[in-house]
Design a protein around this ligand. Structure first.
Ligand code: Q9C
Ligand code: ZN
Length: 629
């Protein structure tokens, strides 16, 4: 087996810099390379490495990932004056060009390929390339986030071609999502891309929906894209290690890569102004160490980001020291991942469960989500319930305006929709099974939710309203079955197949809702076979918390348990109890059995007689059966 560690660096890659004032880009400085290289010298690591010269990447190599049109644009910047450079830079997100950028970008590609060749030829076992500009954000037709050519993506394509590799693992530990790499290999099962990144529910740059854990790859590439989104800053050693133990490493050992490329950004390290994370330099030694156990130790680390010069250079040294097989440093900090990290890890594992044997068993998917008005009450919900953030205002507006042009103009109505839409969306996309949303205007938000369901393609929605909530709905086509449970005696009103009023007055002391749920609601619901159920709780309800919990408990057998509970008046006790039943805690103690009142028994009987022709599961006597057939 090969031994030795390559180090690839050339100070020509420090020959470009930002020429004008732009706070967005001013952290990407030549000193990033200089200070890392100096530190390697100071620790006497440099002299222990095998020095491999850089070269330019060829046009053909660059075009393994980029279009010739884009290559020409970058090439043209060589001879531009400052004004022209500013204009071209402005065409891209967080990018600056300098007359030397093109030359350096070619050297960065070439340095990366030299590293791949050194490792693949067996000249060395592993190595690191210290390059500028970084690569992982750049795309077929675009520079992005300080990146010009996608060094690592090009290297993977190159290694596949030149060495006929069938499985390459790319580990992107930079704090930003390398969306450029994701796009190149999304449909390619021969390249497994893993990235963790600061995400904060899509509030952090590059602000992409496709950075979330449910971007698993497409077509043949499904399962070969692993995103671990960090929704909080301050992630540290134990969070990173947990993501390795529970996501990357099990999948990587099952994948059996032939080569590992590391998009080695250190803005995920402590002190970095971009990342705001807490991992110490020692952490990168451990990450490197784990990866060295795969692919016969064939590992190429290629610099991406890292903007705190001290943290960056120490972390680079830790990586190289580990590649040289020095003993590992002790890792500091309490070894316990934070809750937010564990949530992200659980979400990726559940999303990838269909694709990897190592995840196939015991991953419980997140079952219940809740969006409540008072975030301070979140801790009162069962720990397994995922508490949702407010939906992005713009996203909400776009969604609502597509379905209801009037509604989008009303601020108060829009506000009341926020929670409902956030949860419904998760249920429809099967990210969670069921959920609870508080909404100040249950009628508006439920009406909208129903529209959204049909727009999404659902066929039948069972809507059970408890209390006073007026829904203006068209109920003729059978797409909605509306059941009202109220105490008002609406004698003149006759029930129709899809609009049923159940007049029910619960005995305050005792439980007698069983006979309504078992004798009427469940048989009708099972006859209807809904795709989704919405339970709306309004004011003046005639059912207590126990009754509502019983209802949610027993309805879970339908619609693959897809239930959305909309609650109008903030009532934490009710939310708590419903959250418990939805998340699978056994039903609450209903107390001693009490027979239903005469009045209620008669109501059930009346409804059964009225509707058993339509809903045949209501039949419970031979006479019913004969008269119905
Ligand atoms: N206002 C790398 O680490 N920040 N690139 C944009 C938007 C751009 C990071 C802020 C960060 C780019 C390789
Ligand atoms: Zn970065």
């Amino acid at each position: 087996m090969a031994s030795g560690t390559a180090l690839i660096y050339d100070d020509e890659m420090t020959s470009y810099k930002l020429l004008w004032d732009n706070p967005e880009c001013d952290i990407e400085v030549p000193e990033r390379l200089l200070s890392s290289y100096e530190q390697l010298k100071r620790y006497h690591l440099l002299e222990r490495c095998v020095h491999v010269p850089v070269r330019e990447g060829t046009e053909e190599e660059i075009m393994l990932v980029h279009s010739s049109e884009y290559l020409e644009v970058v090439k043209s910047t060589q001879t531009m004056n400052e004004e022209e450079l500013r204009r071209v830079s402005g065409n891209y997100d967080a990018v600056y060009f300098h007359p030397n950028t093109y030359r350096c970008a070619k050297l960065a590609v070439g340095a990366t390929l030299q590293l791949v060749d050194s490792v693949m030829s067996g000249k060395v076992c592993n190595g690191m390339a210290l390059v500028r500009p970084p690569g992982h954000h750049s795309q077929r037709n675009a520079a992005n986030g300080f990146c010009v050519f996608n060094n690592v993506a090009i290297a993977a394509q190159y290694a596949k071609r030149r060495y006929g590799l069938q499985r390459i693992l790319i580990v992107d530990w930079d704090v930003h999502h390398g969306q450029g790499i994701q796009y190149v290999f999304e449909e390619d099962p021969s390249v497994l891309y893993y990235s963790w990144h600061r995400y904060e529910h899509q509030q952090f740059w590059p602000l992409l929906r496709e950075s979330d854990y449910d971007a698993v790859g497409q077509g043949k590439g499904k399962g070969f894209n692993l995103n671990v989104p960090w929704n909080k800053v301050g992630m540290g050693n134990s969070d990173y290690l947990a993501a390795f133990f529970h996501v990357l490493l099990p999948v990587a050992f099952e994948f059996v890569p032939e080569l590992i490329l590391v998009s080695s950004g250190y803005d995920s390290g402590i002190g970095d102004p971009e990342g705001q994370m807490n991992a110490t330099p020692e952490c990168f030694a451990h990450l490197t160490h784990f990866l060295m156990q795969l692919a016969n130790g064939r590992l190429c680390a290629v610099l991406e980001g890292g903007y705190h010069l001290k943290s960056l250079s120490e972390s680079v040294c830790m990586t190289v020291k580990t590649l040289l097989r020095d003993p590992l440093p002790q890792i500091s900090g309490e070894m316990a991942p934070c809750l937010s990290a564990v949530e992200s890890i659980q979400n990726v594992r559940a999303a990838h469960k269909p694709y990897w044997k190592c995840l196939m068993y015991e991953v419980p998917p997140v079952k219940t989500a809740a969006a409540i008005v008072s975030k301070a009450d979140a801790h009162l919900l069962p720990i397994s319930v995922q508490v949702e953030m407010e939906m992005n205002a713009q996203e909400l507006k776009t969604l609502v305006s597509a379905l209801d042009a009037e509604l989008v103009k009303e601020e108060r109505a829009l506000l009341s929709l926020q929670n409902v839409v956030a949860i419904l969306d998760k249920i429809l996309k099967k990210k969670v099974c069921n959920g609870i949303a508080e909404s100040s205007l249950a009628s508006v938000s439920t009406t909208f939710a129903l529209k959204h369901c049909f727009d999404f393609g659902l066929q039948r929605v069972l809507c059970i309203v408890v209390g006073d909530v007026d829904l203006e709905l068209d109920l003729d086509d059978g797409k909605i079955l509306l059941m009202n449970i109220c105490q008002k005696q609406q004698t003149e009103k006759t029930n129709s197949k899809y609009h049923i009023s159940l007049n029910w007055r619960e005995d305050a002391e005792r439980n007698n809702f069983f006979c309504a749920v078992l004798g009427f609601i469940l048989p009708v619901a099972y006859s209807y076979q809904p795709d989704l159920m919405i339970i709306v709780i309004g004011p003046n309800r005639s059912l207590g918390i126990n009754g509502i919990s019983l209802l949610t408990c027993l309805l879970q057998g339908l619609a693959e348990s897809r239930i959305l509970v909309v609650i109008q008046d903030t009532e934490i006790k009710l939310v708590q109890s419903v959250a418990k039943t939805l998340s699978g805690v056994p039903a609450p103690d209903f107390g001693a059995y009490a027979p239903a009142s005469q009045e209620n028994v008669l109501e059930i009987k009346r409804l059964r007689n009225q509707l058993q022709q339509e809903w045949k599961m209501l039949r419970c006597s031979v006479r019913d059966w004969i008269s119905g057939s």
